[in-house]
Ligand binder design. Structure first.
Ligand code: GLU
Length: 293
């Protein structure tokens, strides 16, 4: 893949907790890549999950990222031509995309388990990817999606082309191949509680904001395959992708927002400097700080 548009990258944190060193490392890579290209970096507040996102985490995330040395040219706090930069304020964009997918017959209503729908709330993490959908509510080929009454809470799934291969060349990991229907199945694009699911929101925003390269964690490699199908379905230009290896603790466990010891906030309160953190992240973070994480 190549993209001849002027470089636009993005930082897309979710304010569901304090950001940790793993986020900082990925975002730092995003910033370095944008700077190398003389490009623009956009900060997007991914706050769709009303239950888990909190205003205090939005404030904290902006503060902590700035403290760490990250700078963005567009974002919720600085504005810019693609405003608004908080997903909760972009519902009209998501609804338009949803209607396009629906009119094109590419999605169908689904009344399967709430658990599946809950998984669609958030970006999946390694080992927590949504299971391949067994196709319970999938219409037969050639059959129209059933009519749904306005009162009925259903989710909507994107019908993936069974057996179709989705290939892309990742800037870090090289050629990636995933098979639709095997590596991932029909995925939720609209949730039963009338909110867009992660994949749809991210694709709509990356397209609307003219993002040319997506830099994010390796836990989203498989999600990229799904999102490429949505880019194609919506007829949007596809960005390049660069997935960063995930930071792990001494036991090899991926850092999560619950790893308070390595939240940027805690490290900062302990007097650790961003410079020391950047020098240290090639070694095990637990060893670096002499703590068990
Ligand atoms: N907001 C997502 C997260 O914090 C990342 C989405 C993305 O980079 O596509 O996990």
């Amino acid at each position: 893949m190549s993209d001849s548009r002027p470089y636009r990258g993005r930082l897309a944190p979710s304010p569901t907790g304090y950001l940790h060193l793993g986020h900082a490392r990925t975002f730092w890579t995003a910033q370095e890549r944008a700077n190398e290209q003389g490009g623009v970096l956009v900060l997007r507040n991914e706050d769709l999950d009303r239950q888990r996102c909190k205003p205090e985490f939005v404030t904290a995330m902006l503060e902590d990222l700035r403290w760490f040395g990250l700078r963005w040219q567009e974002g919720p706090d600085v504005g810019g031509p693609s405003a608004p930069y908080a997903q909760s304020e972009r519902m009209a964009h998501y609804r338009t995309a949803f209607q396009r997918l629906r009119s094109a017959g590419l999605i169908y209503p689904c009344c399967c388990s709430r658990q599946d729908v809950l998984r669609a709330l958030q970006a999946p993490h390694q080992g927590e990817d949504e299971p391949v959908y067994p196709g319970t509510c999938r219409p037969q080929p050639g059959q129209c999606a059933p009519e749904v009454s306005a009162e009925r809470a259903v989710s909507w799934r994107f019908r993936v082309p069974d057996g179709g291969q989705v290939d892309f060349v990742d800037g870090h990991f090289g050629l990636q191949s995933f098979k639709a229907g095997a590596d991932f199945g029909d995925f939720v694009v609209w949730r039963h509680d009338d909110l867009p699911a992660y994949h749809l929101a991210v694709v709509v925003d990356d397209a609307a904001m003219g993002i040319t390269e997506v830099v994010r964690g390796a836990d989203l490699l498989r999600s990229t395959a799904r999102q490429l199908l949505l880019f194609a379905a919506l007829g949007h230009p596809v960005p390049n992708y660069y997935h960063c290896p995930l930071m792990t603790d001494e036991r090899g466990v991926r850092l999560a927002k619950r790893n308070d010891a390595l939240s940027l906030r805690t490290l900062r309160q302990q007097g650790v400097t961003p410079d020391a953190l950047r020098k240290g992240w090639s070694v095990s973070v637990g060893r670096l700080f002499g703590q068990s994480v």
